[in-house]
Structures are given as structure tokens and as C-alpha cells.
Design a binder for this molecule. Structure first.
Ligand code: ADP
Ligand code: MG
Length: 343
């Protein structure tokens, strides 16, 4: 038995910028286990970002393509416990032999090996055997291998033979996609504005996103009430850490910088580069429409410009929105983002 969870597949794993490299490397490895330079494949990143899912998806895909291959998923914790049991009974060799027969070995959360010296010795022997036989290793970790304190240097140096790919927190669009997929799979429906609200406000990790969805469902059936924005706000109160959702000039500046990928200090300086000038004008326009600050205060937040500059910026944005479609789309999208942040 491979100990794999069959729901963890590539089909159910949404790709985004946050996980693209890891996901593609995983695909490559599942098509040619042991036959690429991604050996070991080390997937690392914070909690709830999909490491276990992706690692198991590789295992499931290998099994789908080659039912006869021996694939095994094990958490490092379980590996250590098994090792301890076997050493108590003086049958460590059995233990090592068992693992050496695996074609694709997936070890989850290898940070648990820290300071488990004897288990690391056994794992080292297994690793070498599997690697030398052209079989595949897939490892996950909550930090980059170089930061794995308490792991033997000889193990860390072997991890460097392969590929280490990180997993990041998904961006807003990817969070939307994940939610929409989960809803499709469970046959659920809820208004788009609610999906957006959840995706916008749960920014920590995918597990929390799923948790929010489950709470929403539970509350909706408990209250015999459709899921709407009001219910979502109530339910998410327990998830969302910052309760004060006031829109400030600074928060709009940050949003615009992120959206256009413009450095924050550039937005404030007197750069004349067109993209930056436009980003700055849009920021002033949004600050005018979403905050109660005076033109003077807004100007001061942009490296001490005066109120006439702000008036001019707002007028330029309005004019451009009438003539330039892609510009208008950007402004509308940003308006939606600010609105969502304010809910
Ligand atoms: P980790 O091992 O990094 O802590 P998990 O693999 O347990 O995270 O993922 C947590 C939950 O989020 C799982 O239910 C998983 O299916 C889901 N998940 C994570 N990333 C994605 C993704 N990109 N697409 C779909 N579901 C995901
Ligand atoms: Mg995990």
C-alpha cells in the first residue's frame, strides 16, 4: 500500500505563480521518476501551501502511469517512529531493506529529522541506495534545505544534488480559482462577490481558505440561509486578523504599487517615467474617491506635491479612462480591489 491520498492529484491542484516551478517539476518527475536531474525533488514552504498535496500528486501520477512501481508516502515523523520500533527489536536491517525496495519514496516534513541522529543515519543509507539505483526521492520541508538546522551536513549536501522548489502564498486570482474549484467539486454555489470577499480576506494559506469555506457552509445550513455577503462577513470575522479595515492613502499606495509592480519609493519621487507617472496619478485619483482626505493632504503623501497637482492628476485619469480601454480596465480593477479591501 502506497499510503497515498487519492484526492491529492494534479487535476485538483491549481497552478499559480506561487507554485508554478514546483508543480511543473513535479509533473516532470512523475513522467520520468528517477530519470531527471530533479532527484531529490525538495518542495519547501510554509504551512498549508500545498506541499503534501503536490508531493502526493506526484506519487498518484506515477502510480497511474505505472501501476507496478512501488510508490511510498511517509511522513518523517512516522519514519522516525518506525525506525525506533525496529531498533528496539534489533531489526534495523529489515527496516532499511524495506525502504530500499521503493521506486518512488516520498518523505513529508523532513524538518522533523532534526536531531534524530540515528534516524538520519538510516535515512542516509536509504537515500543513497534509492538514488544510486536510479529511483526517485521526493521530500518536503517547511524551510529551505540550507536552513534545516539539526540535519547532518552529508544529507543536506545530497539534497543539493536535486532541485529545491519553493511554494509561496497564492495571489488573489489563484485563491479565487482554488475556491471556485473546491465549490465545483462539492457542488456548491455562492455569489461571486462572496467568493471574492473570501479570497480577498483570507491571505494566509490554502488550508485556511478551505476552513473558511467549510465554516460558511456550516453556518449557512445551521441558519437555513443562503450564503451571502452578510453571512460571509460574520463568519470571516473569526478568520480575519485585522478588524480595522479603514482605507488610507498608504494602503491605496501599496495596492497600486503591487498592481503595477512599481517600487513604493518610486511612486513618491519625482520620476517622470510614464508608467510611474500614471501609477501615481491613479493612486491620487483613488485616494480622492475612497478617502476623506483633502487634496492638500493627498499631495503631501506624494513627496509634498501641492493640491493643484492632485486636481490635475484626477482630471488626467478621468480623461484617459474615456480614451484608453486598457487604462480604464486597470483603474476599474483597482477600484474593485480597494472596494473589496474596504468591506
Ligand atoms: P502543506 O503540506 O504545505 O501544509 P497541504 O498540502 O496539506 O499543505 O495543503 C493544505 C490544503 O490546501 C489541502 O487540502 C490541499 O488540497 C489544499 N491546497 C493547497 N494548495 C492547493 C492548490 N494549489 N490547489 C488546490 N488545493 C490546494
Ligand atoms: Mg504537509
Amino acid at each position: 500500500d502506497s499510503q497515498l491520498n487519492h484526492n491529492y492529484t494534479f487535476e485538483s491542484f491549481i497552478e499559480g505563480d506561487c507554485n508554478r516551478v514546483a508543480r511543473r517539476a513535479g509533473k516532470t518527475v512523475s513522467d520520468k521518476p528517477g530519470g531527471t536531474s530533479f532527484n531529490p525533488l525538495v518542495i519547501y514552504g510554509g504551512v498549508g501551501l500545498g506541499k503534501t498535496h503536490l508531493a502526493q500528486a506526484i506519487g498518484n501520477e506515477v502510480k497511474r502511469q505505472n501501476p507496478n512501481k512501488a510508490v511510498l508516502y511517509v511522513s518523517a515523523e512516522k519514519f522516525i517512529n518506525q525506525f525506533i520500533d525496529h531498533s528496539k527489536n534489533n531489526i534495523i536491517n529489515d527496516f532499511i531493506h524495506f525502504y530500499q525496495l521503493i521506486d518512488v519514496l516520498i518523505v513529508d516534513d523532513i524538518q522533523f529529522f532534526a536531531r534524530a541522529e540515528k534516524s538520519q543515519d538510516a535515512f542516509f543509507a536509504i537515500f543513497n541506495h534509492i538514488h544510486q539505483s536510479g529511483k526517485q526521492l521526493i521530500l518536503t520541508s517547511d524551510k529551505p534545505p540550507k536552513d534545516l538546522d539539526g540535519l547532518q551536513e552529508r544529507l543536506l549536501s545530497r539534497f543539493r544534488w536535486g532541485l529545491s522548489a519553493d511554494m509561496q502564498i497564492p495571489d488573489f486570482e489563484t485563491r479565487m480559482e482554488i475556491l471556485e474549484m473546491k465549490m465545483r467539486n462539492d457542488g456548491l454555489e455562492m455569489p461571486k462577490e462572496v467568493v471574492k470577499y473570501v479570497a480577498y480576506n483570507i491571505q494566509s494559506n490554502v488550508r485556511e481558505l478551505e476552513g473558511a469555506l467549510i465554516s460558511l457552509l456550516a453556518q449557512s445550513s445551521l441558519n437555513r440561509k443562503e450564503i451571502d455577503l452578510e453571512l460571509a462577513k460574520r463568519v470571516l470575522k473569526s478568520f480575519v486578523k485585522t478588524s480595522s479595515k479603514e482605507i488610507t492613502i498608504e494602503s491605496i499606495q501599496k495596492m497600486v504599487c503591487e498592481y503595477f509592480d512599481v517600487p513604493y519609493d518610486k511612486l513618491l519621487q519625482k520620476t517622470r517615467k510614464r508608467e510611474i507617472v500614471q501609477a501615481r496619478q491613479i493612486t491620487m485619483y483613488l485616494a480622492k474617491s475612497f478617502t476623506k482626505n483633502s487634496l492638500k493632504t493627498i499631495g503631501e503623501h506624494f513627496g509634498g506635491r501641492d493640491h493643484t497637482t492632485v486636481i490635475h492628476s484626477c482630471q488626467t485619469v478621468k480623461d484617459l479612462m474615456d480614451t484608453d480601454n486598457s487604462f480604464r480596465d486597470s483603474v476599474i480593477e483597482l477600484q474593485q480591489k480597494v472596494q473589496l479591501a474596504a468591506m
